[in-house]
Design a protein around this ligand. Structure first.
Ligand code: NAD
Ligand code: UDP
Length: 323
C-alpha cells in the first residue's frame, strides 16, 4: 500500500502527539519533528515502535530537507508562560518556521496546514468571532510575540498561496484541552485540575467573569484532518473550537465538582491584555467541513482529570521515600 508521507512539526507537543496518533491510525507514514522546547518524548514514546512512525529532533527556524506529501505545521509554544519565556524565539518560530515549512512545501509540492490561533483576534470587540473579523491586537504588548508571529505566519501562507499556488489550510484554533496538556504551562484547565487534585486554592484571575469556550482535543484533531482533506478551494482561515462559552468561575466550580476536591477559590489579578470574552463562530467549519465538537466539557474534563491523576501519582513514585 502506498502510504501518504506526513510531516508533523511540533509533533511531540500536546496537540501534535494526538495528531500523530490519528494520522497513524488513518494509515499514514508520519515524520514527527520537534525541538522538545515544550514537548516531550513521553508523549510519543508509545508510538516509537510503530513501523510507520519516525522522529527527528530539529528546530523549525532552520531549513529542513525531507520528502513528504503533506505538512502540518504546529511547532510553536502555545501558552503565555512558555511563549513569553523567550519572546524573540517565539516570533522566529512562527515566522522563520513558516518560511522554512512553506519553502519545503513549495519544493516538494506538499499540501500544508498551519496551526493558527484565536489570538489573531487579540482582545476582540466582536462576539462571537467570525473569520472576517480582523482583530484587536496590541502589537507591542507581552502577548504580541505570539499573536503577531501567528498573524505574520498567516500572511506568509496566503502569499505563498497567491504567489506560488501552494495548497494551504489555515485553522484558527480556540482554547483546547485534554490529556498531555503541559502541567506547568499556566493554562486554566491544567491549573485548575492540578490545584483541585492537590487540594490547593483554585486561582481565579480577575473576578472570574471572563469567558472562554473549551474544545476537547479529539474533536479538534478531527477538525484538522477534515480541513486537510477538504476540497482544494477550502484554504481557510477557518475557526476550530467549541462554541459553548463558560465563565472561568463556572469552570472552577465544575472542576471542584468532578474531582470532589475541598479546594477553595481565590482571586488573583487579571494578567495584562487578558481577553474578557472569547468564543468561536464555527458556521464556516460546520458548512465546509461538516464539523462540530461532540465532547461535552464534563466528559472531556473527566478524561483530563484521569490523565493528571496518573501523571501526579507517577511523579510521586519518582520521589524517593523519606528516611
Ligand atoms: P505545545 O507547546 O504542547 O506544542 C508545541 C510543540 O512545538 C512542542 O512539542 C514544542 O517542543 C515544539 N516546538 C516549539 N518550538 C519549536 C521549534 N522552533 N522547532 C521545533 N519544534 C518546536 O502546544 P500545543 O498546545 O500542542 O500547540 C500546538 C500548536 O497549536 C501551536 O502552534 C499553537 O500555537 C497552536 N494552538 C494551540 C492552542 C491550544 O489551545 N492548545 C490554541 C491555539 C493554537
Ligand atoms: N486563568 C485563571 N486562573 C488560572 C489560569 C488562567 O483564572 O490559574 C484565566 C485567564 O486569566 C484567562 C482564562 O483563564 O482569562 C484562560 O486562560 P488560558 O491561559 O488558559 O488561555 P487564554 O488566556 O490564552 O485563553
Amino acid at each position: 500500500m502506498l502510504r501518504k508521507r506526513v510531516l508533523v512539526t511540533g509533533g511531540a507537543g500536546f496537540l501534535g502527539s494526538h495528531l500523530c496518533e490519528r494520522l497513524l491510525a488513518d494509515g499514514a507514514d508520519v515524520l514527527c519533528v520537534d525541538n522538545y522546547f515544550t514537548g516531550t518524548k513521553d508523549h510519543i514514546v508509545h508510538l516509537l515502535g510503530h513501523p510507520h512512525f519516525e522522529v527527528l529532533r530539529h528546530d523549525v527556524t532552520f531549513p529542513l530537507y525531507v520528502e513528504v506529501d503533506e505538512i502540518y505545521n504546529l511547532a510553536c509554544p502555545a501558552s503565555p508562560v512558555h511563549y513569553q519565556f523567550d519572546p524573540v524565539q517565539t516570533t522566529k518560530t512562527s515566522v522563520h518556521g513558516a518560511i522554512n515549512m512553506l519553502g519545503l512545501a513549495k519544493r516538494v509540492k506538499a499540501k500544508i496546514f498551519q496551526a493558527s490561533t484565536s489570538e489573531v483576534y487579540g482582545d476582540p470587540v466582536v462576539h462571537p468571532q467570525t473569520e472576517d473579523y480582523r482583530g484587536n491586537v496590541n502589537p507591542i504588548g507581552p502577548r504580541a510575540c505570539y499573536d503577531e508571529g501567528k498573524r505574520c505566519a498567516e500572511t506568509l501562507f496566503f502569499d505563498y498561496h497567491r504567489q506560488h499556488k501552494l495548497n494551504i489550510r489555515v485553522a484558527r484554533i480556540f482554547n483546547t484541552y485534554g490529556p498531555r496538556m503541559h502541567p506547568n504551562d499556566g493554562r486554566v484547565v491544567s491549573n485548575f485540575v492540578i490545584q483541585a487534585l492537590k487540594g490547593q486554592p483554585i486561582t481565579v484571575f480577575g473576578d472570574g467573569q471572563q469567558t472562554r469556550a473549551f474544545c476537547y482535543v479529539d474533536d479538534l484533531i478531527d477538525g484538522f484532518v477534515r480541513l486537510m482533506t477538504a476540497p482544494d478551494d477550502v484554504t481557510g482561515p477557518i475557526n476550530l473550537g467549541n462554541p459553548h462559552e463558560f465563565t472561568i468561575a463556572q469552570l472552577a466550580e465544575l472542576v471542584i465538582d468532578l474531582t470532589g476536591s475541598k479546594s477553595k477559590l481565590v482571586n488573583r489579578p487579571l494578567p495584562v491584555d487578558d481577553p474578557m470574552q472569547r468564543c468561536p463562530d464555527i458556521a464556516k467549519a460546520r458548512s465546509l467541513l461538516s464539523w462540530e465538537p461532540k465532547v461535552p466539557l464534563r466528559e472531556g474534563l473527566k478524561k483530563t482529570i484521569d490523565y493528571f491523576e496518573r501523571l501526579l501519582s507517577a511523579s510521586k513514585d519518582k520521589v524517593p521515600a523519606a528516611g
